[in-house]
Design a protein around this ligand. Structure first.
Ligand SMILES: [Zn+2]
Length: 234
């Protein structure tokens, strides 16, 4: 399809990890991250917290065992502090979220009813980037995942950024699947506001490519592969 990338990035890259630790500390120091506790349904063998909606028939979606309500210490990001600023931005920039149906969904389902603070750390497992002033905790998960858009092009927290970052940020467009639109149009812009960085100009949430008999799935055998489409068009 004649597509290529400039840099292949994993969130385990050392430069990314280092920046996430600095970002977490910076946001904690300015009071946007605070310590509290996280409550959910816990599967002991899997060491995983689940929300009610993730459970399958009331059981752990990974192993199918019983779960029980549990609580753990966690850090939270004060989403509520920036909600009004984000609502104003969306209203002043109607092009910010496309299509407009997605904007309305975000506004009506999440922003206007009152934005919940986001849990940004876990202690129940140790894969992930440690919080550098509290190493029982690892950063979980959007603060780590989303910031690679800027660390990947040389954002340096509290220092002079690389030329590539100065040249390319803010992005003209984030093109993403509709199932992760909330993370990209609410949490991500708010993290950027907290870091005093400009927001991407537009976020486009595209629908899924589906087949006539529903979602594509390998087990159903109705998947379209890009390489086969290319062969077919040649
Ligand atoms: Zn389990």
């Amino acid at each position: 399809m004649n597509c290529s990338y400039d840099r292949f990035i994993r969130t385990t890259d050392q430069d990314h990890e280092q920046q996430v630790r600095k970002i977490f500390r910076k946001l904690y120091d300015k009071g946007d991250i605070y310590k509290s506790s996280y409550e959910g349904m816990y599967c002991t063998p899997c060491e995983s917290f689940w929300t009610e909606s993730q459970l399958v028939d009331g059981k752990c979606p990974d192993c199918g065992r019983e779960v029980k309500p549990a609580k753990e210490e966690a850090y939270f990001f004060k989403m509520s502090k920036y909600a009004d600023q984000l609502i104003a931005h969306m209203n002043e920039h109607p092009e910010f979220i496309r299509p407009v149906s997605r904007k309305n969904e975000m506004m009506n389902n999440f922003l206007l009813p009152g934005l919940q603070d986001l849990c940004v750390s876990r202690t129940s497992f140790d894969w992930g980037i440690p919080v550098d002033f509290d190493d029982k905790h690892v950063v979980y998960v959007w603060l780590d995942a989303l910031t690679n858009y800027i660390t990947g092009i040389g954002y340096k927290c509290g220092e002079e950024c690389d030329e590539l970052f100065e040249k390319n940020w803010p992005a003209d467009l984030h093109l993403i699947g509709k199932d992760i639109i909330r993370f990209h149009t609410i949490y991500w812009p708010i993290f950027l506001m907290a870091l005093d960085l400009p927001l991407p100009k537009q976020i486009f949430g595209h629908p899924w490519l589906i087949q006539s008999d529903g979602k594509m799935s390998k087990s159903k055998g109705n998947v379209l592969y890009a390489d086969e489409l290319v062969d077919f068009s040649e």
